[in-house]
Design a protein around this ligand. Structure first.
Ligand code: PLP
Length: 494
């Protein structure tokens, strides 16, 4: 299977090539030329498999230059029960209609682990498959969760170095500590003054700087991305939607072929786009609810057809969704309207910060997606209500998702089962979760973990226990203009 770009450029590469390169050379994103499908026979076969087997099966349909056995070996390591305590993607039944897909049992307590535990292994194989001798330098912009998950995934992987930039005031204290205390010989972490979009724009600039590429090449280094624009991030995310569908069949909640709805708390549009690919593969998904927080640019886009980034940016209690440019939306535009139109819209976004899709594309969006949002008060109220009424503790991002799912169900009453993606452990955002449940702030952000555990009788997950007792290794804060210099410094290049 070949991978081509969303903007119509000449790049045409294998899966290994797409994973190694990250971004296409015309600035577009890689997409498989065709989407494989899953018939009911394939789904019943998947039902009998373990999560690693399901992952290897789905991945093998897309990564045709990797063997099934190779993928299975990697998936068994990536999704082992000592890394994913409590299972890779278990479902919690909230009530007869609503099911929470818990994606945060991995080593950093957020859903990014689902992709970032396997992706470094895919890259490592990709380097071998393509005869690469240079070091891959992974450059990441993060609003918190990606950074830590990438650091943990790439830590001490051969032939790879990783550097993470995060907005100094745009992540929680726990997220900051998780990154600043990261272990590994090949990792580094740097804060920048600015917000997540500043960090992402800075990273994108470095990626598109040909002088920088030449300089790095002279020093035996090339850049690669771990952000959700990389196909190696997206493909593993398709798996858990298929897996959830199988689990619902296995537990007798649905019968094979029955349609379900899916709600995804959305930021960069990677997770929900993976769900859309599952739908394209003919997994019986009826509607995809795109849930946003107060930064509701996607809600406006899906409701009106106009994407307008000329608006205020808010820092919310669900920071991983605080975003004005959702990079993976480009893939959806491409699938629904082709490369030429996508290139044009992306050019407009770049120059005017705004674009409007035509009626045909708007109609196609409406066929699959509903955009809804939930503000800060709604988020806090959802956490409290879910804990008190359903005896289930959720984080701030999941609360946005659940709130939007309920809005959708109240309005459309389609009678289908709803699966809500739960993207982080409540302990990752303990302070806001505690405040929502207790009605008062915790003593401080760190003691919030213990206080939340005492208040709710739930356990702190292993990756977050004693986080404040670990050694802080990374303290640098820089201006966003200094990002290229920081990269050179890190690689020892003058
Ligand atoms: C990254 C993240 C999201 C947003 O996912 P996208 O794929 O960027 O849309 C939502 N919740 C949490 C906790 C995250 O870490």
């Amino acid at each position: 299977m070949n991978y081509i770009t969303t903007r119509g450029g000449k790049d045409c590469v294998s899966a290994a090539g797409a994973i190694k390169q990250g971004l296409a050379s015309d600035g577009g994103l890689f997409m498989p030329e065709t989407i494989p499908t899953l018939d009911t026979k394939a789904i019943s076969k998947l039902c009998t498999m373990s999560y690693p087997e399901r992952a290897a099966y789905i991945l093998s349909l897309f990564l045709t230059d990797y063997t099934y056995d190779e993928l299975l070996a990697d998936c068994e390591k990536a999704y082992s029960t000592d890394r994913f305590v409590g299972g890779a993607a278990p479902i919690h039944k909230l009530n007869d209609d609503t099911f929470v897909l818990e994606l945060w049992h991995g080593p950093t307590s957020a859903f990014k682990d689902m992709a970032l535990q396997i992706m470094p292994k895919l890259l490592s194989s990709a380097l071998k498959k393509t005869g690469e001798e240079r070091t891959a330098f992974i450059l990441v912009a993060t609003s918190g969760d990606t950074g830590k998950a990438a650091l943990e995934g790439y830590r001490d992987v051969d032939g790879v170095k990783i550097m993470v930039f995060y907005p100094v005031d745009g992540v929680s204290r726990v997220q900051k500590l998780q990154m600043a205390t990261q272990l590994g010989e090949n990792v580094s972490v740097c804060a920048i003054e600015g917000n997540f979009d500043d960090a992402q724009t800075g990273v994108k600039k470095i990626f598109s700087d040909s002088d920088m590429a030449a300089l790095l090449n002279d020093n035996g280094v090339f850049l690669s991305s771990a952000n959700s624009i990389n196909w190696g991030r997206l493909a593993p995310q398709i798996v858990y939607y298929v897996s959830a569908y199988c689990d619902l069949i296995e537990s007798g909640e649905i019968i094979s072929g029955e349609k379900i709805d899916v709600t995804v708390p959305t930021g960069n549009f990677g997770n929900i786009f993976a769900a859309y690919i599952a739908k394209m593969m003919e997994l019986p998904i009826n509607r995809l609810v795109c849930a946003s927080n107060k930064n509701n640019i996607l809600t406006d886009f899906l409701q009106t057809g106009t994407y307008d980034r000329n608006r205020s940016f808010y820092t919310t209690m669900s920071p991983s969704m605080d975003i004005l440019i959702s990079s993976n939306l480009e893939r959806l535009l491409y699938v629904l309207s082709g490369a030429e139109n996508t290139a044009e819209l992306m050019k407009k976004l770049n120059t005017e910060g705004c674009y409007t899709v035509d009626a045909a594309l708007k109609a196609k969006l409406d066929e699959h997606f509903t955009g809804l949002f939930c503000d800060e008060d709604g988020t806090a109220a959802e956490i409290k209500r879910t804990f008190e009424e359903d005896k289930y503790l959720i984080d701030t991002h999941t609360a946005v998702g659940l709130n939007c799912a309920k809005q959708y169900m109240a309005k459309y009453r389609d009678g289908l089962k709803m699966v809500v993606a739960s993207t982080a452990s409540p302990y990752k955002f303990a302070s806001d979760v505690y405040t929502a449940v207790a009605g008062k702030a915790p003593t401080d952000e760190l003691s919030a973990l213990d206080e939340l555990s005492a208040l709710t009788g739930t356990e702190i997950p292993y990756p977050l226990k004693d986080i404040d007792k670990r050694e802080v290794r990374f303290k640098t804060v820089i201006n966003k203009e200094a990002m290229p210099d920081e990269v050179k410094k890190n690689l020892g290049i003058k």
